[in-house]
Design a protein around this ligand. Structure first.
Ligand SMILES: NC(=O)c1ccc[n+]([C@@H]2O[C@H](COP(=O)([O-])OP(=O)(O)OC[C@H]3O[C@@H](n4cnc5c(N)ncnc54)[C@H](OP(=O)(O)O)[C@@H]3O)[C@@H](O)[C@H]2O)c1
Length: 320
């Protein structure tokens, strides 16, 4: 079979021949239909993600849509492995997968599940979110942020504020359900939210705290800040006054802070929401042989790698 292979940390992937997977224990060998190139995929591949052990050579790909031998199409989240989903075939633990309904678009599911899961799982499994609460999404123009706006509305948020650094890009969020869009320097307008879904962290998140908290109508009302992404910086200099002067609680949501069984339990309903079109998905499908180019592409769409079926004998000769 063919796979994308990263020989060592920091190296780009190379599309090459790779040994076929051999089933062991409870694993299933499956055909890969589509696999998303997420931030997590790159971070695990370059060894910078806390959940990765850094095994090389590595076939990247942390999740994807696959077909098993019975013909079931599944969305799967892989555990840490040297054989990911950027391959014609891979190995899965079926307990970490959900069988998808007939007729799903594998590319759309592969693009959506990782970014959508971040806010879906956080609001369902990490904090006590209630319909009627007010939500701020920091970093709302990204794939995960756009979905967080939609998912907060889907879960009954009374008011959703989409925040980011680019006013022009933020405007598109209104069509997805945002009640307000604001740039970071207008952050005090979000003072009275109940929940913050933060994909940004770093200086922008730390800098938002005091302006938000000082403008808050009642600082004794709980404010839950969910740290999900750190696109602007791995560390944030949180002022101590922020933690003392208001009822602020900062929690993280990701692999480890939510048990794997809780994340997996949310997959069927999330997959149904994506399939039903309840969540808008931006996606660009790329043939797996073009993985090296895709790896460094800067695009707003989520790139999804699609393995190429082997050509039937005679295809090349016939030109078909
Ligand atoms: N914990 C989890 O479960 C989980 C799951 C999925 C994703 N994540 C994390 O969430 C983050 C966002 O993921 P994504 O898929 O939405 O990424 P994405 O589609 O690439 O979007 C990136 C977003 O970050 C913003 N951004 C980039 N650099 C910034 C900076 N220096 N200051 C402020 N904003 C900045 C971008 O704003 P512009 O539009 O202005 O460029 C855009 O909104 C990543 O760190 C990812 O690893 C976590």
């Amino acid at each position: 079979m063919h796979a994308a292979v990263i020989p060592e940390a920091g190296a780009p992937p190379v599309y090459q021949d790779h040994p076929d997977p051999t089933e062991r224990h409870d694993e299933l060998a499956v055909e890969v239909l589509a696999a998303g190139l997420h931030h997590l995929t790159r971070a695990k591949a370059n060894g910078s993600h806390y959940s990765g052990k850094g095994m090389y050579p590595l076939v990247p790909g942390v999740d994807g849509v696959v077909r098993d031998k019975e013909g079931n199409v599944r969305y799967v989240v892989l555990d840490d492995t040297a054989l990911g989903t950027f391959a014609d075939r891979t190995l899965i633990d079926p307990r970490r997968s959900v069988i998808l309904p007939d007729g799903v678009d594998p590319v759309r599911i592969a693009a959506a599940m990782n970014p959508a899961m971040s806010s879906w799982v956080a609001l369902r499994r990490r904090v006590e979110f209630r319909a009627g609460q007010r939500v701020l999404v920091l970093g709302a123009t990204g794939n995960a942020g756009r979905m967080a706006v939609q998912i907060a509305k889907l879960f009954g948020a009374a008011h959703v504020i989409a925040a980011g650094r680019d006013a022009a890009r933020l405007r598109a969020l209104t069509a997805l359900g945002a009640d307000e869009t604001i740039t970071f320097d207008e952050i005090s307008r979000a003072a009275d939210v109940d929940v913050v879904i933060d994909y940004v962290w770093g200086e922008p998140a730390a800098g938002a705290l005091i302006p938000m908290l000082t403008a808050r109508a009642d600082r004794a009302v709980p404010l839950t800040w969910i740290q999900i992404g750190s696109i602007a910086g791995q560390s944030a200099p949180i002022p101590s006054a922020a933690l003392r002067s208001a009822r602020l609680q900062i929690v993280g949501s990701g692999i480890g802070s939510v048990p794997a069984r809780d994340i997996l339990a949310e997959l069927p309903e999330l997959a149904s929401a994506v399939t039903a079109g309840a969540i808008d998905v931006r996606v660009r499908a790329v043939p797996l042989p073009q993985v090296a180019q895709a790896w460094t592409d800067e695009t707003e769409d989520r790139i999804v790698l699609v393995p190429q079926p082997p050509r039937a004998a005679g295809d090349a000769a016939s030109g078909s």
